[in-house]
Design a protein around this ligand. Structure first.
Ligand code: MG
Length: 248
């Protein structure tokens, strides 16, 4: 009985193989696609440098791409090619809105360690002004997992803690898919995010639950297809540099 079953399995695999074989004969040109032709761009010298089709949001010199909270003048400081949070002055926000995008941003928490948990080197990148990719000094600093560096705050725990030590520059490379809303503001597809932290994959096309909430369960509230990005003032002098974005 067992032999018969085995023979039947073998026969069915052979027939599957021959079917596959048939579809792979003929003119290989029939499966070539020549249009559209992807745009030719010049990549940066290194993977951290902006490619030719990127929008540079901060080149180390000025806040020309940004506005202060509620339209106020920006009080964050710029020195040595980096911007630094000024405690109590509020978040800063891009003038331009973005939806689906690739974002590169570098950040540094203070070399002099002050505080612990969420009070140590805390800032954040609010994609579309609503979805926080956490920035935190998590080098030998315990906090709740869904609030640590590279988490989507209070939603998605990162796959690894890839933090460098305080005072050292770190990179985030983010691929973000904006949520889509249909008629009557109904959610059609949730936001998704991939994050590479210092070269390490820490969010893998993960699905967001909704807008970031400090208290309670996140939920989606309808918004535009493109919304500005904000950087958080959480009271710690966190620095940022080399920020560029490619709308997708
Ligand atoms: Mg934060």
């Amino acid at each position: 009985m067992r032999m018969k079953k085995l023979a039947l399995m073998l026969l069915s695999s052979l027939s599957a193989l021959s079917t596959i074989g048939q579809t792979h004969t003929g003119d290989p040109k029939l499966s070539e696609v020549w249009t559209p032709v992807p745009a030719v761009i010049t990549p940066g010298k290194t993977a951290q440098d902006a490619p030719s089709d990127a929008i540079v949001l901060f080149n180390g010199k000025d806040f020309s791409a940004w506005t202060g909270e509620k339209g106020k003048a920006i009080e964050w400081t710029i020195a040595d090619g980096a911007m630094t949070v000024k405690k109590g002055s509020g978040m800063i926000t891009t003038k331009q809105g973005f939806g689906d995008c690739q974002l590169h941003i570098e950040w540094r928490t203070p070399s002099v360690v002050v505080g612990d948990g969420q009070g140590r080197g805390n800032s954040g990148i609010f994609l579309m002004g609503k979805y926080e990719l956490q920035v935190l000094d998590n080098f030998n600093n315990a906090t709740y997992s869904n609030g640590q560096a590279a988490s989507i705050y209070k939603q998605l725990i990162p796959l690894a803690n890839a933090c460098r030590e305080p005072g050292v520059w770190q990179t985030y490379d983010v691929i973000f898919t904006a949520p889509k809303f249909g008629e009557n503001g109904r959610l059609q597809s949730a936001a998704r995010i991939t994050v590479i932290h210092n070269g390490v994959l820490v969010q893998n096309n993960a699905t967001l639950w909704g807008g970031t909430e400090y208290i309670g369960i996140p939920e989606y509230k309808p918004h535009g297809a493109k919304e500005p990005i904000s950087l958080q003032d959480h009271g710690n002098p966190v620095s940022f540099r080399n920020i560029w974005i490619r709308p997708l």
